[in-house]
Design a protein around this ligand. Structure first.
Ligand SMILES: [Zn+2]
Length: 77
């Protein structure tokens, strides 16, 4: 048996946040990036090094999810 493609579940264990203290938004990680980076175009607005990975379970209760379609703005809800 091969491993099932369970990418969504894996991705959602980790999310990406911008380090700026005013940011309360978290993003879906960019699967194409080796560095922590958001999947949405907001990555272009900031330096990639300013993002870090955090555990989804640790932030879900008090952070807003990015509403871009590439992150959680699609059918997430
Ligand atoms: Zn985003």
């Amino acid at each position: 048996m091969s491993q099932a493609a369970d990418v969504d579940a894996v991705e959602l264990e980790r999310v990406v946040e911008y380090r700026a203290r005013s940011s309360g938004v978290v993003h879906r990680p960019d699967p194409d990036s080796d560095e922590p980076a958001p999947a949405c175009p907001e990555a272009d607005a900031h330096d990639d090094r300013e993002y870090r990975e955090v555990a989804f379970a640790a932030i879900v209760s008090h952070r807003r999810l990015c509403q871009n379609p590439e992150c959680f703005g699609g059918d997430w809800r």
